[in-house]
Design a binder for this molecule. Sequence first.
Ligand code: AMP
Ligand code: GLY
Length: 411
Amino acid sequence: MKVLVVGNGAREHAITRKLAEEDIELTAAMSRLNPGIAALCKTVEIIDINNTENYDRFKGHDMAFIGPEAPLAEGVADKLWSLGVPVVGPTKPLAKLEWSKSYTREVLDEHEIEGNPGFKICRNIADVNKFLEKYPEVAVKPDVLTGGKGVKVSGDHLHSQHEVKDYAAERINADGLVVLEEKLIGEEFTLQAFTDGHRVEVMPLVRDFKRAYDDDKGPNTGSMGSYSCEDHGMSDLSKEVIAKGTKIMEETIKAMTETVGKFKGPIYGGFMNTPNDVYLIEYNCRMGDPEAINVLSLLETPLTEMGYGMTEGNLPKPAFMKKATVCVYLVPEGYPTNPVRDQPIEIGEPASEVYYASVYDDNGVIRTTSSRAVALLAKGDNVQKARKAVYKDVNKVKGRLHYRTDIAKHA
Ligand code: AMP
Ligand code: GLY
Protein backbone atom coordinates (compact mmCIF):
# COMPACT_ATOMS: atom_id res chain seq x y z
CA MET A 1 0.00 0.00 0.00
CA LYS A 2 1.38 3.43 -1.01
CA VAL A 3 0.40 6.48 1.03
CA LEU A 4 1.23 10.11 0.26
CA VAL A 5 1.60 12.79 2.93
CA VAL A 6 1.47 16.43 1.77
CA GLY A 7 3.14 19.09 3.93
CA ASN A 8 6.40 19.73 5.77
CA GLY A 9 5.61 20.88 9.31
CA ALA A 10 5.47 19.18 12.70
CA ARG A 11 1.81 18.25 12.13
CA GLU A 12 2.79 16.36 8.99
CA HIS A 13 5.70 14.76 10.85
CA ALA A 14 3.12 13.49 13.38
CA ILE A 15 0.90 12.13 10.57
CA THR A 16 3.88 10.45 8.89
CA ARG A 17 5.15 8.97 12.15
CA LYS A 18 1.75 7.47 12.91
CA LEU A 19 1.52 6.01 9.40
CA ALA A 20 5.06 4.65 9.66
CA GLU A 21 3.89 2.28 12.41
CA GLU A 22 2.07 0.38 9.67
CA ASP A 23 3.58 -1.86 7.00
CA ILE A 24 3.10 0.61 4.12
CA GLU A 25 5.22 2.55 1.64
CA LEU A 26 5.30 6.29 2.35
CA THR A 27 5.81 9.20 -0.03
CA ALA A 28 6.31 12.79 1.14
CA ALA A 29 5.38 15.86 -0.90
CA MET A 30 7.09 18.86 0.69
CA SER A 31 7.84 22.44 -0.28
CA ARG A 32 10.96 22.32 1.89
CA LEU A 33 12.66 19.18 3.15
CA ASN A 34 11.71 18.23 6.69
CA PRO A 35 14.46 15.83 7.83
CA GLY A 36 12.13 14.06 10.30
CA ILE A 37 9.57 13.28 7.60
CA ALA A 38 12.17 12.41 4.98
CA ALA A 39 13.71 9.79 7.28
CA LEU A 40 10.38 7.92 7.40
CA CYS A 41 9.55 7.98 3.69
CA LYS A 42 10.70 5.80 0.80
CA THR A 43 10.17 8.62 -1.70
CA VAL A 44 10.56 12.35 -1.13
CA GLU A 45 9.38 14.94 -3.67
CA ILE A 46 10.31 18.59 -3.11
CA ILE A 47 7.67 20.56 -5.05
CA ASP A 48 5.48 23.62 -4.66
CA ILE A 49 2.77 21.73 -2.74
CA ASN A 50 0.21 24.45 -3.50
CA ASN A 51 0.39 23.97 -7.27
CA THR A 52 -2.02 21.27 -8.47
CA GLU A 53 0.05 20.81 -11.64
CA ASN A 54 2.75 19.12 -9.58
CA TYR A 55 0.56 16.19 -8.52
CA ASP A 56 0.30 13.95 -11.63
CA ARG A 57 3.36 12.05 -10.43
CA PHE A 58 1.39 10.72 -7.43
CA LYS A 59 -1.10 8.73 -9.52
CA GLY A 60 -1.13 5.15 -8.27
CA HIS A 61 -1.05 5.98 -4.57
CA ASP A 62 -3.71 4.24 -2.48
CA MET A 63 -4.38 7.19 -0.18
CA ALA A 64 -3.22 10.75 0.51
CA PHE A 65 -3.22 12.83 3.68
CA ILE A 66 -3.08 16.60 3.19
CA GLY A 67 -1.82 18.37 6.32
CA PRO A 68 -1.94 22.17 5.76
CA GLU A 69 -4.79 24.42 4.63
CA ALA A 70 -3.11 26.11 1.64
CA PRO A 71 -3.04 23.06 -0.69
CA LEU A 72 -6.65 22.29 0.30
CA ALA A 73 -7.67 25.84 -0.64
CA GLU A 74 -5.85 25.44 -3.98
CA GLY A 75 -7.77 22.26 -4.85
CA VAL A 76 -5.05 19.66 -4.34
CA ALA A 77 -7.61 17.17 -2.93
CA ASP A 78 -9.79 17.65 -6.06
CA LYS A 79 -6.76 17.00 -8.26
CA LEU A 80 -5.72 13.83 -6.40
CA TRP A 81 -9.27 12.42 -6.47
CA SER A 82 -9.30 13.07 -10.24
CA LEU A 83 -6.18 10.88 -10.49
CA GLY A 84 -7.96 8.12 -8.58
CA VAL A 85 -6.25 8.77 -5.23
CA PRO A 86 -8.63 8.82 -2.21
CA VAL A 87 -7.83 11.88 -0.10
CA VAL A 88 -8.08 12.59 3.61
CA GLY A 89 -8.78 16.32 3.54
CA PRO A 90 -11.64 18.22 1.90
CA THR A 91 -12.02 19.30 -1.72
CA LYS A 92 -11.76 23.02 -2.48
CA PRO A 93 -15.51 23.77 -2.25
CA LEU A 94 -15.63 22.14 1.19
CA ALA A 95 -12.38 23.69 2.39
CA LYS A 96 -14.14 27.01 1.79
CA LEU A 97 -15.29 26.61 5.39
CA GLU A 98 -11.74 27.65 6.27
CA TRP A 99 -10.68 29.89 3.41
CA SER A 100 -13.78 32.10 3.45
CA LYS A 101 -15.05 33.41 6.78
CA SER A 102 -18.10 35.02 5.11
CA TYR A 103 -19.07 31.69 3.53
CA THR A 104 -19.06 29.88 6.88
CA ARG A 105 -21.23 32.55 8.49
CA GLU A 106 -23.68 32.27 5.59
CA VAL A 107 -23.77 28.46 5.79
CA LEU A 108 -24.68 28.64 9.47
CA ASP A 109 -27.38 31.26 8.86
CA GLU A 110 -28.91 29.54 5.82
CA HIS A 111 -29.16 26.20 7.62
CA GLU A 112 -30.30 27.74 10.90
CA ILE A 113 -27.31 26.34 12.75
CA GLU A 114 -26.69 28.10 16.05
CA GLY A 115 -23.23 29.52 16.72
CA ASN A 116 -23.04 32.75 14.73
CA PRO A 117 -22.35 35.98 16.60
CA GLY A 118 -23.71 39.23 15.16
CA PHE A 119 -21.87 39.70 11.85
CA LYS A 120 -21.94 41.61 8.60
CA ILE A 121 -20.22 41.02 5.27
CA CYS A 122 -19.13 44.58 4.43
CA ARG A 123 -18.46 45.68 0.85
CA ASN A 124 -18.06 49.41 1.56
CA ILE A 125 -17.33 51.73 4.46
CA ALA A 126 -21.04 52.61 4.87
CA ASP A 127 -21.67 48.93 5.77
CA VAL A 128 -18.83 49.16 8.31
CA ASN A 129 -20.21 52.35 9.89
CA LYS A 130 -23.69 50.84 10.17
CA PHE A 131 -22.40 47.69 11.90
CA LEU A 132 -20.29 49.74 14.33
CA GLU A 133 -23.42 51.63 15.44
CA LYS A 134 -24.86 48.35 16.69
CA TYR A 135 -21.62 46.69 17.82
CA PRO A 136 -18.94 49.24 18.87
CA GLU A 137 -16.45 46.42 19.61
CA VAL A 138 -15.74 44.05 16.76
CA ALA A 139 -13.49 41.42 15.18
CA VAL A 140 -12.38 42.37 11.66
CA LYS A 141 -11.80 39.30 9.47
CA PRO A 142 -10.27 39.24 5.99
CA ASP A 143 -12.13 36.85 3.69
CA VAL A 144 -8.96 35.07 2.50
CA LEU A 145 -6.39 32.74 4.09
CA THR A 146 -3.93 34.86 6.05
CA GLY A 147 -1.94 32.19 7.87
CA GLY A 148 -3.73 33.04 11.12
CA LYS A 149 -2.49 36.63 11.10
CA GLY A 150 -5.33 38.59 9.51
CA VAL A 151 -7.98 38.77 12.24
CA LYS A 152 -7.85 41.96 14.33
CA VAL A 153 -10.00 42.55 17.39
CA SER A 154 -11.08 45.80 19.12
CA GLY A 155 -9.12 46.34 22.29
CA ASP A 156 -6.47 43.73 21.37
CA HIS A 157 -5.16 44.98 18.02
CA LEU A 158 -7.44 47.90 17.14
CA HIS A 159 -7.53 50.69 19.70
CA SER A 160 -10.18 53.06 18.31
CA GLN A 161 -13.04 53.09 15.84
CA HIS A 162 -10.67 54.94 13.50
CA GLU A 163 -8.32 51.98 13.53
CA VAL A 164 -11.22 49.57 12.96
CA LYS A 165 -12.40 51.59 9.97
CA ASP A 166 -8.88 51.96 8.55
CA TYR A 167 -8.22 48.23 8.74
CA ALA A 168 -11.67 47.35 7.35
CA ALA A 169 -11.13 49.80 4.46
CA GLU A 170 -7.67 48.32 3.78
CA ARG A 171 -9.20 44.84 3.49
CA ILE A 172 -12.12 45.99 1.34
CA ASN A 173 -9.61 47.60 -1.02
CA ALA A 174 -7.52 44.43 -1.15
CA ASP A 175 -10.26 41.74 -1.24
CA GLY A 176 -13.51 43.54 -2.17
CA LEU A 177 -15.10 42.72 1.16
CA VAL A 178 -14.40 42.14 4.86
CA VAL A 179 -16.31 40.37 7.62
CA LEU A 180 -17.15 42.29 10.79
CA GLU A 181 -18.26 40.33 13.85
CA GLU A 182 -19.51 41.26 17.26
CA LYS A 183 -16.60 40.94 19.72
CA LEU A 184 -17.21 37.86 21.87
CA ILE A 185 -15.87 37.75 25.39
CA GLY A 186 -15.36 34.37 27.02
CA GLU A 187 -13.13 31.30 27.08
CA GLU A 188 -11.84 29.93 23.80
CA PHE A 189 -11.70 26.21 23.19
CA THR A 190 -11.18 23.96 20.19
CA LEU A 191 -12.61 20.65 19.05
CA GLN A 192 -10.93 18.40 16.51
CA ALA A 193 -12.90 15.64 14.83
CA PHE A 194 -12.65 13.05 12.08
CA THR A 195 -15.60 12.98 9.69
CA ASP A 196 -16.73 11.01 6.63
CA GLY A 197 -19.45 13.50 5.77
CA HIS A 198 -21.96 11.72 8.00
CA ARG A 199 -20.51 10.82 11.35
CA VAL A 200 -18.34 13.17 13.41
CA GLU A 201 -15.90 11.57 15.88
CA VAL A 202 -14.45 14.11 18.30
CA MET A 203 -10.82 13.53 19.32
CA PRO A 204 -9.37 14.10 22.82
CA LEU A 205 -9.57 17.79 23.71
CA VAL A 206 -6.34 19.78 23.45
CA ARG A 207 -5.51 23.25 24.75
CA ASP A 208 -2.81 25.30 23.10
CA PHE A 209 -0.75 28.31 24.24
CA LYS A 210 -0.54 30.97 21.56
CA ARG A 211 1.53 33.72 23.20
CA ALA A 212 5.29 33.75 22.85
CA TYR A 213 6.25 34.15 26.52
CA ASP A 214 5.32 32.73 29.93
CA ASP A 215 2.10 33.89 31.62
CA ASP A 216 0.53 34.44 28.18
CA LYS A 217 2.69 37.51 27.57
CA GLY A 218 4.13 38.70 24.28
CA PRO A 219 2.93 38.47 20.71
CA ASN A 220 0.73 35.75 19.26
CA THR A 221 2.50 32.83 17.60
CA GLY A 222 1.44 29.72 15.71
CA SER A 223 1.43 28.18 19.23
CA MET A 224 4.16 27.49 21.76
CA GLY A 225 2.80 24.23 23.14
CA SER A 226 -0.27 22.28 24.14
CA TYR A 227 -1.62 19.61 26.44
CA SER A 228 -4.36 17.03 26.70
CA CYS A 229 -5.70 15.14 29.73
CA GLU A 230 -5.87 11.42 30.45
CA ASP A 231 -9.70 11.49 30.44
CA HIS A 232 -9.66 13.27 27.04
CA GLY A 233 -11.65 16.24 28.45
CA MET A 234 -10.77 19.66 29.89
CA SER A 235 -11.65 20.24 33.54
CA ASP A 236 -13.07 23.74 32.93
CA LEU A 237 -15.31 22.74 30.02
CA SER A 238 -18.64 21.14 30.90
CA LYS A 239 -20.20 18.27 28.96
CA GLU A 240 -22.94 20.66 27.83
CA VAL A 241 -20.46 23.14 26.38
CA ILE A 242 -18.61 20.40 24.49
CA ALA A 243 -21.92 18.94 23.30
CA LYS A 244 -22.96 22.36 21.99
CA GLY A 245 -19.74 22.76 20.00
CA THR A 246 -20.03 19.20 18.68
CA LYS A 247 -23.62 19.84 17.59
CA ILE A 248 -22.56 22.93 15.63
CA MET A 249 -19.89 20.86 13.83
CA GLU A 250 -22.27 17.95 13.15
CA GLU A 251 -24.96 20.22 11.74
CA THR A 252 -22.40 22.01 9.55
CA ILE A 253 -21.13 18.71 8.13
CA LYS A 254 -24.72 17.60 7.46
CA ALA A 255 -25.52 20.89 5.71
CA MET A 256 -22.40 20.56 3.55
CA THR A 257 -23.26 16.95 2.61
CA GLU A 258 -26.76 18.04 1.57
CA THR A 259 -25.65 21.03 -0.48
CA VAL A 260 -21.99 20.69 -1.55
CA GLY A 261 -20.56 17.25 -0.88
CA LYS A 262 -19.14 14.96 1.79
CA PHE A 263 -16.40 16.44 3.90
CA LYS A 264 -13.84 13.64 4.29
CA GLY A 265 -11.05 14.41 6.67
CA PRO A 266 -10.29 16.09 9.96
CA ILE A 267 -12.10 19.29 10.93
CA TYR A 268 -11.13 21.73 13.68
CA GLY A 269 -13.62 24.10 15.25
CA GLY A 270 -12.55 27.15 17.28
CA PHE A 271 -15.27 28.21 19.75
CA MET A 272 -15.93 30.90 22.33
CA ASN A 273 -17.78 29.88 25.47
CA THR A 274 -19.43 33.10 26.70
CA PRO A 275 -21.73 33.53 29.71
CA ASN A 276 -24.68 33.48 27.25
CA ASP A 277 -23.87 30.71 24.82
CA VAL A 278 -21.27 28.84 22.77
CA TYR A 279 -20.27 30.56 19.49
CA LEU A 280 -18.27 29.37 16.53
CA ILE A 281 -15.18 31.51 15.88
CA GLU A 282 -13.88 29.64 12.86
CA TYR A 283 -13.35 26.31 11.19
CA ASN A 284 -10.03 24.90 10.08
CA CYS A 285 -10.29 22.11 7.53
CA ARG A 286 -7.28 20.29 8.91
CA MET A 287 -5.81 19.25 12.24
CA GLY A 288 -4.23 21.86 14.47
CA ASP A 289 -0.52 22.34 14.86
CA PRO A 290 0.48 21.30 17.55
CA GLU A 291 -2.90 19.75 18.48
CA ALA A 292 -2.39 16.99 15.89
CA ILE A 293 0.78 15.93 17.69
CA ASN A 294 -1.05 15.42 20.99
CA VAL A 295 -3.90 13.36 19.57
CA LEU A 296 -2.05 11.31 16.95
CA SER A 297 0.47 10.27 19.57
CA LEU A 298 -2.48 8.78 21.51
CA LEU A 299 -4.31 7.23 18.55
CA GLU A 300 -4.45 3.43 18.83
CA THR A 301 -6.51 2.76 15.70
CA PRO A 302 -4.25 2.51 12.62
CA LEU A 303 -4.36 5.84 10.79
CA THR A 304 -5.01 4.17 7.42
CA GLU A 305 -8.10 2.55 8.98
CA MET A 306 -9.31 6.02 9.94
CA GLY A 307 -8.35 7.20 6.45
CA TYR A 308 -10.41 4.50 4.70
CA GLY A 309 -13.25 5.17 7.13
CA MET A 310 -13.29 8.84 6.12
CA THR A 311 -12.80 8.37 2.38
CA GLU A 312 -15.20 5.43 2.01
CA GLY A 313 -17.91 6.70 4.34
CA ASN A 314 -17.80 4.15 7.15
CA LEU A 315 -15.87 6.03 9.80
CA PRO A 316 -14.94 3.78 12.76
CA LYS A 317 -14.86 4.99 16.33
CA PRO A 318 -11.19 5.79 16.97
CA ALA A 319 -9.48 4.41 20.08
CA PHE A 320 -7.12 6.68 22.00
CA MET A 321 -4.77 5.80 24.89
CA LYS A 322 -6.00 6.96 28.26
CA LYS A 323 -2.90 9.07 28.82
CA ALA A 324 -2.16 12.76 29.17
CA THR A 325 0.17 14.55 26.74
CA VAL A 326 2.25 17.73 26.94
CA CYS A 327 3.88 19.25 23.87
CA VAL A 328 6.49 22.04 24.07
CA TYR A 329 7.72 23.94 21.04
CA LEU A 330 11.33 25.13 20.79
CA VAL A 331 11.55 28.21 18.60
CA PRO A 332 14.43 30.41 17.37
CA GLU A 333 15.47 33.12 19.85
CA GLY A 334 13.56 36.29 19.03
CA TYR A 335 10.61 34.42 17.49
CA PRO A 336 8.13 35.56 16.25
CA THR A 337 9.16 39.22 15.79
CA ASN A 338 12.91 38.98 15.20
CA PRO A 339 13.94 35.33 14.98
CA VAL A 340 17.58 34.30 14.63
CA ARG A 341 17.66 32.02 11.60
CA ASP A 342 20.14 29.57 10.06
CA GLN A 343 21.48 28.68 13.51
CA PRO A 344 22.71 25.13 14.12
CA ILE A 345 20.77 23.00 16.59
CA GLU A 346 21.62 19.64 18.10
CA ILE A 347 18.79 17.41 19.16
CA GLY A 348 20.64 14.76 21.18
CA GLU A 349 18.60 11.76 22.32
CA PRO A 350 15.65 12.93 24.38
CA ALA A 351 13.25 10.33 25.76
CA SER A 352 10.37 12.50 24.53
CA GLU A 353 9.03 12.19 21.01
CA VAL A 354 10.73 14.69 18.66
CA TYR A 355 8.80 16.38 15.85
CA TYR A 356 10.63 18.57 13.35
CA ALA A 357 8.82 21.72 12.34
CA SER A 358 10.65 24.35 10.30
CA VAL A 359 14.31 23.32 10.18
CA TYR A 360 16.59 22.24 7.37
CA ASP A 361 19.48 19.87 6.90
CA ASP A 362 22.63 21.71 5.84
CA ASN A 363 25.09 18.90 4.98
CA GLY A 364 24.26 17.02 8.15
CA VAL A 365 23.79 20.10 10.36
CA ILE A 366 20.19 20.88 11.35
CA ARG A 367 19.54 24.63 11.16
CA THR A 368 16.68 26.91 12.18
CA THR A 369 14.53 29.07 9.90
CA SER A 370 12.42 32.03 11.06
CA SER A 371 9.59 29.71 12.22
CA ARG A 372 9.13 27.23 15.01
CA ALA A 373 11.93 24.64 15.03
CA VAL A 374 11.15 21.47 17.00
CA ALA A 375 8.30 20.15 19.14
CA LEU A 376 8.84 17.69 21.98
CA LEU A 377 5.99 15.58 23.31
CA ALA A 378 5.74 13.35 26.35
CA LYS A 379 2.89 11.18 27.58
CA GLY A 380 2.08 10.40 31.20
CA ASP A 381 -0.58 8.98 33.50
CA ASN A 382 -1.60 12.56 34.19
CA VAL A 383 -0.74 16.02 32.87
CA GLN A 384 1.82 16.85 35.54
CA LYS A 385 3.73 13.61 34.93
CA ALA A 386 3.75 14.26 31.18
CA ARG A 387 4.85 17.85 31.84
CA LYS A 388 7.72 16.75 34.06
CA ALA A 389 8.87 14.26 31.43
CA VAL A 390 8.86 16.75 28.57
CA TYR A 391 10.59 19.55 30.51
CA LYS A 392 13.34 17.08 31.53
CA ASP A 393 14.19 16.91 27.83
CA VAL A 394 14.02 20.51 26.59
CA ASN A 395 17.64 21.23 27.49
CA LYS A 396 18.80 18.22 25.50
CA VAL A 397 17.98 20.22 22.38
CA LYS A 398 20.90 22.63 22.05
CA GLY A 399 21.05 25.85 20.08
CA ARG A 400 19.84 29.44 20.10
CA LEU A 401 16.32 28.44 21.04
CA HIS A 402 13.54 29.71 23.26
CA TYR A 403 10.61 27.85 24.85
CA ARG A 404 7.86 28.61 27.32
CA THR A 405 8.40 27.14 30.77
CA ASP A 406 4.73 27.19 31.78
CA ILE A 407 2.96 24.92 29.28
CA ALA A 408 0.28 23.00 31.25
CA LYS A 409 1.64 24.36 34.54
CA HIS A 410 -1.83 25.14 35.85
CA ALA A 411 -3.67 22.25 34.19
P1 AMP B 1 -9.61 33.21 13.72
O1 AMP B 1 -8.50 33.37 12.71
O2 AMP B 1 -10.98 33.40 13.16
O3 AMP B 1 -9.45 32.00 14.59
O4 AMP B 1 -9.39 34.39 14.75
C1 AMP B 1 -8.17 34.52 15.43
C2 AMP B 1 -8.46 34.92 16.86
O5 AMP B 1 -9.22 36.12 16.89
C3 AMP B 1 -9.30 33.90 17.61
O6 AMP B 1 -8.54 32.86 18.12
C4 AMP B 1 -9.92 34.79 18.67
O7 AMP B 1 -9.04 34.96 19.74
C5 AMP B 1 -10.11 36.10 17.98
N1 AMP B 1 -11.50 36.24 17.48
C6 AMP B 1 -12.00 35.81 16.30
N2 AMP B 1 -13.30 36.12 16.19
C7 AMP B 1 -13.65 36.76 17.33
C8 AMP B 1 -14.86 37.34 17.82
N3 AMP B 1 -15.99 37.35 17.10
N4 AMP B 1 -14.81 37.93 19.04
C9 AMP B 1 -13.68 37.95 19.77
N5 AMP B 1 -12.52 37.43 19.37
C10 AMP B 1 -12.49 36.84 18.17
N1 GLY C 1 -2.96 25.61 16.83
C1 GLY C 1 -3.84 26.34 16.03
C2 GLY C 1 -3.92 25.96 14.61
O1 GLY C 1 -3.38 24.98 14.16
O2 GLY C 1 -4.59 26.66 13.85
